[in-house]
Design a protein around this ligand. Structure first.
Ligand code: NCD
Length: 357
């Protein structure tokens, strides 16, 4: 029942989520009871990309449980700058730390790290792919404030193409029943096809639209996101996409009294400041719940028996995923892991990219 690695929320079972959610609730109620449960343990935070909340909340989570942390927040100051492979970095960090939380600009990087790591790995964001611990924060907030994860009408607005928090959230909520997702974006930033298929296959529903106001009055929850500037090929392309959807006080008047507004943060210009004062704005509370959820995750993973993996040998097959942002295109000699569907579509195990090639 334990959790070995945490790369994708959908890797854990419904029972594991229930146990994690229950533990998170206990920690929120009595954090002092957990003040010593990670004494003598060390978390490594390997952040190859900028972060405020995720990294600090991981570190605080560990400190609040009596543990320690090590790590870097700028790979330029580590041996990565000298050309060290991800494979070697995680093998080395596993000699010092008991658990790794890793953020990387490449999609599939955390999964790749988990193949070599001698300690458990947590995906703290892999490029525009997934961000499962943000999903823990999101689901904890929904459970606390709405009391359920089924039968919800959820607006998800902004950058649905590159927003990894969106991908993780939609996949996770598809494990529950009778949810309707209103996917609000420009045509250019629509959710990837594989995420839509995941919703379709789960029996939940989605509506794609390009208006924030159209269904606003129906939502139980509105999940706003930032346009992911750093993932665009050019500044001009970003300029065309930014500022299209802005939640302001006038729009909030059209929303339900029991709406909750969530945002993984940082917010840039998609929520105007006056909304911060609206009691329906839950994004700061959400960030706090995220820390408690990370405490529950770390504690659970450290209690899970972990046999180091059988060594994965470097592969010389030379196969690369066609997704240029996939880790297989920067980390040399990763084992080629693809599944092939009946119609000849290959799915990359690292980044979920799917195409015929
Ligand atoms: C998000 C991320 O890094 O994907 N931030 C976070 O972890 N809370 C969202 C974002 O950067 O827009």
């Amino acid at each position: 029942m334990g959790i070995r690695h945490f790369i994708d929320f959908n890797d854990i079972s419904r029972e594991q989520w229930t146990a994690l959610s229950k533990l998170t609730g206990e920690i929120i109620t009595s954090p002092g009871d957990f003040a010593d449960c990670c004494r003598g343990k060390t978390l490594a935070t390997l952040f190859y990309e900028p972060s405020t909340r995720t990294m600090l909340s991981f570190q605080t989570a560990m400190l609040k449980m009596g543990g320690n942390y090590i790590g870097f927040d700028n790979p330029g100051n580590s041996s990565v700058a000298k050309g060290e492979s991800l494979r070697d970095t995680v093998r080395i960090v596993g000699c010092y730390a008991d658990i790794i939380a890793m953020r990387h600009p490449r999609e599939g990087a955390a999964y790749a790290a988990s193949l070599f790591s001698t300690v458990p790995v947590i995906n703290a964001g892999d490029g525009g792919h997934l961000h499962p611990t943000q999903t823990l924060a999101d689901l904890t907030t929904m459970m606390k404030e709405k009391g359920r994860l089924d039968g919800l009408k959820i607006g998800v607005c902004g950058d649905l193409k590159y927003g990894r928090t969106v991908h993780s959230l939609l996949k996770a909520l598809s494990l529950f029943k009778n949810n309707t997702f209103y996917l609000i974006s420009t045509f250019g930033l629509a959710a990837p096809r594989y995420i839509l298929e995941e919703i379709e296959n789960s029996g939940n529903k989605y509506v794609e639209c390009d208006s924030l106001e159209k269904y606003l009055g129906e939502f139980d929850c509105l999940y706003m996101t930032r346009i992911q500037k750093e993932r665009f090929a050019s500044e001009e392309e970003y300029e065309r996409q930014k500022g299209v959807f802005v939640l302001d006080a006038a729009k909030m008047k059209k929303a339900r009294k029991d709406l909750i507004v969530l945002h993984p943060l940082p917010k840039v210009d998609e929520i105007s400041e006056e909304v911060d004062l609206d009691p329906r704005a839950f994004y700061f509370t959400q960030a706090k719940y995220g820390m408690y959820a990370r405490m529950a995750l770390i504690k659970t993973m450290l209690e899970t028996p972990f046999d180091p993996p059988a060594p994965v040998y470097p592969s010389d097959s030379g196969i690369r995923c066609p997704n240029p942002r996939c880790i297989t295109n920067s980390e040399k000699k990763l084992p080629p892991l693809f599944t092939e569907s009946q119609d000849g579509v290959k799915i990359c195990r690292y980044c979920d990219f799917r195409a015929k090639w």
